[in-house]
Design a protein around this ligand. Structure first.
Ligand SMILES: Nc1ncnc2c1ncn2[C@@H]1O[C@H](COP(=O)(O)OP(=O)(O)OP(=O)(O)O)[C@@H](O)[C@H]1O
Length: 440
């Protein structure tokens, strides 16, 4: 309909039927009434839009967020044949979101090389029939386990990457290993969920601060009704497994949207792996692919319903900062600098205050406010406010740094005590060994 709303199942334009010049009102009782549902989304793209449009508006901002230290995930969801893989991978003339996003990521990394160090590693997994496989090495099934950092894939080794070309090469290898089988709905149907992840460790060269972030691109297998794909045997098992994991995903989305505490991530390996992309510390973009075909009417309706529910999920984001190994001297220097800055601002503030007092004095003695009108005074007031705000911020910073120094001093004292204790013990041991009693 427009850039952010969509009309599902609109009224069809019926040919009007006239009898003897009069329009006839009729209703086909065998026909289901149209749902005519208007749905609101952050953005709706129609058939004129390209993957490049999607990249510019949706995933380019995520690359900036990743480089600012936030985990981000993009996943495509929809009925089989609706265009999920096309959105993610595209074709030669119309590259998909993964290619465009990775190229942008590496360009931005290159432009920041002077001030930051980047260590990049990738993994490419597929969940096929509930089994987790490594698409880069064609190995598996891999086990999932949970630790303090969340769900971990046992035995998964990240492949270090040094250029955008290498990264795209890995993507090609993984795609070639992905499980695909023809269905009636799609000749090249992806029968597994594919999860491409780029893990980046960012080190700020000036401060040594480290951040570890993750960008995940997830191409889900298509939802399908068994009847619509006429799957038999293995294909039926595949379809059932896909639907089971998508059902588990739908349940998690519903519960997260309702703000519930217990989310059944453990119901499938797909939801276990996506745990931090759905409800964790992650900015998540969900792309719902829908087709205009009436063959996928129910699937399209379900996809849109899930997308509407997913829009309600709110997560709390934290920047991923790892501890920095900075010496105590760094903090001492920083405090000294901040205190000098604070002193300068205080002096500046005093000067502004006395200027203001002078103006107020002349204002009280004359109606013209000492030659200034109120409009001229306003900027001075806001400058004073701004200086006060800066002073307060600096004071908070100084307090934080002082407490860090105290902790470091305390640690140093403990270290010294420990050292003395160790020496004393060594000496005692030596005395014992040298004693005649010990040698007897
Ligand atoms: N925007 C598009 N422009 C041109 N071709 C498209 C577009 N979207 C999809 N297609 C074509 O439609 C077919 C099905 O698309 P695709 O494989 O991406 O569907 P899918 O949702 O990933 O399906 P499945 O879940 O079965 O894997 C492919 O041949 C693809 O090239």
């Amino acid at each position: 309909m427009d850039g952010s709303s969509l009309l599902f199942d609109p009224d069809e334009e019926d040919d009007e039927f006239f009898y003897q010049g009069a329009k006839q009102q009729y209703r086909d009782i065998s026909k289901r009434t149209n749902k005519k549902l208007t749905m609101e989304f952050d953005r709706v793209y129609d058939t004129d839009h390209t993957n490049e449009n999607l990249f510019q508006e949706c995933t380019a901002p995520l690359v900036d967020a990743v480089l600012d230290g936030y985990n981000c995930s993009v996943f495509v969801y929809g009925a089989t044949g609706a265009g999920k893989t096309f959105t993610m991978l595209g074709c030669e003339n119309c590259p998909g979101l993964t290619f465009l996003t990775m190229r942008d990521l590496f360009e931005k990394i290159q432009s920041q090389n002077a001030t930051r160090k980047f260590d990049v590693g990738v993994s490419y997994l597929e969940v096929y029939n509930e089994q987790v496989m490594n698409l880069l090495t064609k190995t598996g099934p891999l086990k999932l386990r949970e630790d303090a950092n969340g769900v971990v894939v046992s035995g998964l080794v990240l492949k270090p990457i040094y250029s955008a070309e290498e990264l795209l090469h890995m993507l090609t290898i993984g795609n070639a290993n992905r499980t695909q089988h023809p269905t009636d709905a799609n000749a090249e149907s992806s029968r597994s969920h594919a999860i491409f992840q780029v893990h980046i460790r960012i080190t700020e060269l000036s401060t040594g601060t480290k951040r570890s972030v993750k960008l995940s691109m997830i191409d889900l297998a298509g939802s399908e009704r068994a009847a619509s794909t006429k799957g038999l045997g293995m294909r039926f098992k595949e379809g059932a497994s896909i639907n089971k994991s998508l059902l588990a995903l739908g349940n998690c989305i519903n519960k997260l949207a309702d703000g519930l505490k217990h989310i059944p991530y453990r119901d499938s390996n797909l939801t276990r792996i996506l745990k931090d992309s759905l409800g964790g510390n992650c900015r998540t973009l969900m792309i719902a692919n829908v087709s205009m075909s009436s063959l996928t009417y129910e699937d399209t309706y379900n996809t849109l319903k899930y997308a509407s529910r997913a829009k309600k999920i709110r997560s709390v984001l934290r920047q991923n900062v790892l501890k920095s190994n900075l010496p105590k001297e760094f903090y001492v220097k920083k405090v000294t600098e901040l205190m000098a800055e604070q002193e300068r601002l205080l002096q500046h503030n005093k000067a502004l205050e006395s200027k203001l007092a002078q103006l107020e004095r002349s204002a009280s003695s004359s109606s013209s406010f000492g030659g200034f009108d109120m409009q001229e005074l306003k900027p001075w007031y806001s400058r004073i406010d701004a200086v006060y705000t800066s002073v307060i911020k600096l004071q908070q910073c100084v307090i934080g740094l002082r407490s860090k120094i105290q902790t470091l001093s305390y640690r140093q004292t403990l270290k010294k005590d420990f050292e003395q204790l160790r020496k004393a013990v060594t000496q005692d041991q030596r005395l014992i060994q040298e004693s005649p009693l010990f040698n007897a």
